[in-house]
Design a protein around this ligand. Structure first.
Ligand code: FES
Length: 469
């Protein structure tokens, strides 16, 4: 193979298509199925607006780097639009405006500054006082010509096009070890000139990347919409914040709201996150019939910008999209494809996983990374997280950390009453996992690995299951 790509989300599939169209022999390895990971859990806001904010990038990086980030965001939306049009992909793709609005006077100056900074970076953002929502706001940054689509419809069509262009996609193929030029899977070994880890976060030994990224859970709900609604993507300035849009589908129109983010593994009442989101939706958008609820993993990068490019292990990575997965996933595919093809790309330095800007975020870096040693020490030396001392305290459908004979156990009782006992020690770097009741998963607070109730890996960086006890 010329290129082996791990992960069949938007990054991996887009890269497979771009590389296969240039005549490269490409294999994509996916542990489940196309779009089954975070791309399938997104609410698909396709936007030039960035979580880090352009005024932050201008101040802490440079004006030129803010321009490059703006250019990458705009080019990514353009690439999605081009692929949708070129392949006539029926994915309900639509250009819509985006509104970063506030209900609080104290954020007005900051948002006006953001509009000016984004414009200076080359975008068409502007401050407006009219926001097409049914409740009052203080104004918004308007981002014209953003986009939305149904992510699974887009990606499954794109995967078929990648295969038609010559790429091979191997679903249900879990990569157990990734090195320069070589990927081990449970079915065999694939060798290639280039390896691209296109998973939400790279699995295995990419410590230099993992310490620059923090994992958060974000919650989303879809409600049947029968009323007239505005076209647009909407983001507020609350803490935790909310995002809203509407989506036409073959099943009808849905109002999709999201938010209530928290660090992975650090919220005990994850059902409460959904309840708060439901109550926010009722309060701001009225009564709607709930149809779906789900959550996704967001990777917040050190320094606010994605980490895309060659890592120190000579494996390409693309992570840290900070909630802009559709936009930066596409940017990551474009950039890494260029790097593999030897085509110069002006975005390479600003997104490099090896970038070193100690003046930017030393405090942020230390704060985020104190979680790891703090958890590790308290997990090993104390009874932190222990909720009971007997398996009888674990009800059907429930997981608990219990301590029996001096040993901590991650105990889960399935709906049939059978008990599954695991070591709570995360196989990545040995923090203890915590039970996530809303999703029935074991989540690690240190770098965001997640496991099924019976210990199989759902999200890296861990790549080995929890030990059975
Ligand atoms: Fe790193 Fe668990 S994810 S220790």
């Amino acid at each position: 193979m010329d290129v082996v790509i791990v992960g069949a989300g938007i990054t991996g599939i887009t890269a497979a298509l771009l590389l296969a169209e240039k005549g490269r022999r490409v294999a994509v390895l996916e542990k489940e199925t196309v779009a089954a990971g975070e791309t399938g859990n997104t609410t698909a806001h396709i936007t030039e607006a960035i979580d880090a904010r352009y005024h932050y990038v201008k101040r802490h990086y440079s004006k030129e780097e803010a321009r490059l980030v703006a250019e990458a965001s705009r080019a990514s939306i353009g690439k999605i639009a081009e692929l949708v049009s070129r392949f006539s992909i029926d994915c309900h793709f639509k250009r819509v405006p985006g509104y970063l609005y506030t209900e609080k006077r104290k954020y007005v100056a900051e948002l006006k500054n953001e509009a000016a900074s984004a414009r200076e970076a080359g975008l068409d953002a502007q401050w407006v006082t009219e926001v097409p929502l049914s409740f009052e706001t203080r104004g918004a940054v308007l981002w014209p010509n953003q986009a939305q689509f149904h992510p699974r419809e887009y990606l499954t069509a794109l995967a078929r096009r990648a295969v038609a262009a010559g790429a091979q996609i191997f679903e249900n193929t879990f990569a157990t070890k990734v090195d320069k030029g070589r990927v081990e899977t449970e079915h065999g070994i694939v060798t290639a000139e280039h390896v691209f880890m296109a998973t939400n976060v790279p699995i295995g030994g990419f410590t230099h990347v993992h310490v620059k990224a923090a994992a958060y859970r974000s919650y989303a709900m879809a409600f049947a919409e029968t009323n007239a609604h505005p076209d647009g993507l909407f983001w507020d300035t609350a803490d935790p914040y909310h995002y809203t849009r509407w989506q036409e589908t073959n099943e009808g129109t849905f109002l999709i709201t999201g938010g209530e983010d928290h660090r992975t593994g650090e919220e005990e009442d994850t059902d409460g996150c959904f309840e708060r989101l439901a109550s926010y939706t009722r309060e701001y958008f009225g009564e709607h019939e709930e149809r779906y609820r789900w959550s996704g993993q967001i990777i917040e990068p050190h320094g606010g910008l994605p980490l895309i490019g060659g890592s120190s292990t000579e494996v390409y990575v693309s992570t840290g999209y900070a909630g802009q997965g559709m936009t930066f996933g596409t940017a990551g595919a474009m950039l890494v494809s260029d790097l593999i093809l030897g085509v110069p790309n002006p975005w390479a330095d600003v997104f490099s996983p090896m970038r070193n800007r100690p003046h930017i975020t030393t405090k942020e870096f230390i704060t985020e990374n104190m979680h790891f040693p703090a958890h590790l020490v308290s997990d090993r030396l104390t009874s932190a997280g222990v909720e009971a001392h007997s398996t009888e305290a674990v009800a059907a459908g429930e997981g608990k950390i219990i301590k029996v004979d001096g040993r901590k156990i991650a105990a889960y009782r399935d709906d049939g009453g059978a008990l599954h006992c695991l070591s709570p020690v995360c196989t990545h770097m040995k923090c203890d996992v915590a039970w996530n009741p809303a999703e029935r998963t074991w989540d690690c607070p240190c770098h965001g690995s997640r496991f099924t109730p019976t210990g199989d890996v759902l999200n890296g960086p861990a790549h080995e299951p929890l030990e059975k006890m």
